[in-house]
Design a protein around this ligand. Structure first.
Ligand SMILES: [Zn+2]
Length: 443
C-alpha cells in the first residue's frame, strides 16, 4: 500500500476582538516583562526602543526585540480595524497565494472567546456574550467557499476581575458554563475544538474538557523554554515542558495533562507565529514534513490573535512551507480547520459512522428524558443548558440512566421550578468532532 504522506495545516486564531494598549500600559508591560524601570515613558521613547536605542544593558537586544517590536505592538484597536484586516485576509488572491496539494486556499479556525464579567477593562475588550462569535460567524456565512470555521476559546476569570490579566482556574470561572449554555440555547451550537486561553491548563481544566470537548489544540511544547530565572517562574502560567515536542496528537493522563495517558480527549501541538515565545520556525516546519515523509499523518498547527496583523503571520508560515515542500516533494499538505485536522490525523473514517443525534422527551409534567438517538456522546453526559424566564442561564449535571445513552432531568425545588423555566436544552460533541444540540421550549 502506498503510504499517505500528508501534513494537515491548521491555523487556529485566538479570536478576541479588538485590543487597545496605551503607551503607558505598554511601558508597564515591558517593565514587568524584563524587571526594569524607565524614567521616560512616551511614544518617542518607544520609537527609540524599536530602533534599538536606550535598551538597558542587562537585556540582550535579541531578547528585547523578540518581545518588543512593531508587529507585536501594532494592534487592531477597534472593530473597524479588525474588519479592514479581515477584508485583506479574505481576499481571494491572498488566500490562494500558496494553494495546498488539493488546490484549496488557506483556512482559519476562529476560536472565539467571550469577554464576561470584568470590572476593569483598560484594553477596551469587547465585553458581552456571543459578541465575537457572532461577528466571525456572520463573515463565515457570507464567505462559505473559504472553508473557515468557528471554534472555542476561553479565558478564566482573574482574581481582581481585570480583563487584561490571565489566570488558571475553571472552578473560579462560572461564566464558562454560562457561555456554553448560551451557545447551545441562543445559537444552536456546541464546541468540538478548543484552544486554552494563554495556553494554560491545570487539572480542573483537563477534567472539564474530558467531559465535553474532544479536541484541544494547546500543547506549545518547544525546546527553547521560557528561560526564566527560577523554576517557580518557569512553572507559572502556561506550562508544557513535560509534553511531547513532536508534531503528534495524544490522549492526556488523568493527573498530568502534559503526559500521555488514558483520557479520552485529544491534545494537539500548536506554535505561535512571530510571537515573543513558542513560535514556529523553519526547523519546526521541516520536522513536520520529515515526519509525514515517513508515512505518519501529521497535524501542524499555528496560532495567532485577531488583534494583530494576521496577513504577515500567514506569509511567514507559507514561506516555511514552500521550503519544506522543496525538501520533501512527496509530502502533501492540506489546509483544514481544527476539528478536521484532528479527525484526519487520528484517522477516523467519517463516512461509516452515524452522526450524533440527541433527543429530549418529556415523560411527565416535571421530568425529562435525554437520550442519544444516534452516535455516541463524547463524555459521560451531554452539557445541560437552562434558560430561565427572567433571562438567567445556567448549567447543571444530569441524572444518569442505567445505560450510557440515557439521562434524566427533573424540575423541582432542588433544581429549577417549572414556573421559572423557559428553555431546557442539551448539547454535546462526539469523538469525531461532530456536535448536536436539542432544545425544549416551554410556554
Ligand atoms: Zn486568549
Amino acid at each position: 500500500m502506498k503510504k499517505n504522506k500528508t501534513v494537515y495545516i491548521v491555523h487556529a486564531v485566538d479570536t478576541e476582538g479588538p485590543l487597545y494598549e496605551s503607551t503607558k500600559a505598554t511601558f508597564k508591560r515591558i517593565e514587568e516583562l524584563f524587571n526594569i524601570k524607565f524614567k521616560i515613558k512616551n511614544k518617542k521613547k518607544l520609537k527609540e526602543l524599536f530602533k534599538g536605542k536606550g535598551i538597558p544593558k542587562k537585556i540582550s537586544k535579541k531578547k528585547f526585540f523578540s518581545a518588543i517590536n512593531p508587529h507585536l505592538l501594532t494592534y487592531n484597536k477597534n472593530w473597524n480595524e479588525i474588519k479592514k484586516m479581515i477584508n485583506q485576509i479574505n481576499d481571494k488572491k491572498f488566500r490562494n497565494k500558496l494553494p495546498d496539494s488539493n488546490g484549496k486556499n488557506w483556512k482559519f479556525s476562529w476560536h472565539c472567546v467571550d469577554h464576561i464579567g470584568y470590572k476593569f477593562n483598560p484594553r477596551r475588550r469587547s465585553v458581552g456574550y456571543h459578541k465575537i462569535f457572532d461577528f466571525y460567524n456572520n463573515i463565515i456565512k457570507k464567505r462559505k467557499n473559504l472553508g473557515d470555521k468557528v471554534h472555542f476559546h476561553f479565558h478564566p476569570m482573574t482574581t481582581y476581575k481585570e480583563a487584561h490579566r490571565n489566570s488558571k482556574s475553571y472552578f473560579n470561572s462560572s461564566h464558562l458554563y454560562e457561555v456554553i449554555a448560551r451557545r447551545i440555547i441562543d445559537r444552536n451550537w456546541f464546541p468540538t475544538s478548543f484552544r486554552a486561553g494563554f495556553h494554560i491548563e491545570r487539572p480542573d481544566i483537563n477534567l472539564f474538557l474530558e467531559q465535553f470537548i474532544p479536541y484541544d489544540l494547546s500543547n506549545t511544547s518547544i525546546n527553547s523554554k521560557k528561560n526564566k530565572i527560577d523554576n517557580s517562574s518557569n512553572a507559572e502560567g502556561w506550562d508544557w515542558r513535560r509534553a511531547t515536542k513532536k508534531w503528534e496528537i495524544y490522549n492526556p493522563d488523568h493527573d498530568d495533562y502534559q503526559l500521555k495517558g488514558a483520557c479520552r480527549r485529544y491534545i494537539g501541538r500548536v506554535l505561535s507565529i512571530k510571537n515573543r515565545t513558542e513560535s514556529i520556525n523553519l526547523p519546526e516546519v521541516m520536522k513536520a514534513f520529515k515526519q509525514a515523509n515517513k508515512g505518519v499523518k501529521t497535524l501542524m498547527a499555528v496560532t495567532s490573535h485577531d488583534f494583530r496583523n494576521i496577513a504577515t503571520e500567514v506569509d511567514e508560515v507559507r514561506n516555511f512551507i514552500v521550503k519544506a515542500k522543496k525538501k520533501y516533494p512527496n509530502v502533501k499538505f492540506n489546509y483544514v480547520d481544527t476539528s478536521e485536522g484532528f479527525r484526519n490525523t487520528i484517522n477516523f473514517k467519517m463516512n461509516k459512522k452515524p452522526k450524533l443525534k440527541l433527543g429530549i422527551k418529556r415523560i411527565n409534567k416535571n421530568s425529562f428524558k435525554i437520550l442519544t438517538k444516534n452516535g455516541e456522546v463524547f463524555g459521560p453526559q451531554p452539557f445541560l443548558a437552562i434558560k430561565f424566564k427572567n433571562g438567567r442561564y445556567m448549567s447543571d449535571n444530569l441524572d444518569f440512566g442505567l445505560n450510557k445513552k440515557i439521562w434524566y432531568y427533573t424540575l423541582n425545588e432542588d433544581t429549577v421550578l417549572l414556573k421559572d423555566i423557559k428553555v431546557l436544552a442539551v448539547g454535546a460533541a462526539d469523538k469525531f468532532g461532530n456536535y448536536d444540540v436539542c432544545r425544549y421550549f416551554f410556554n
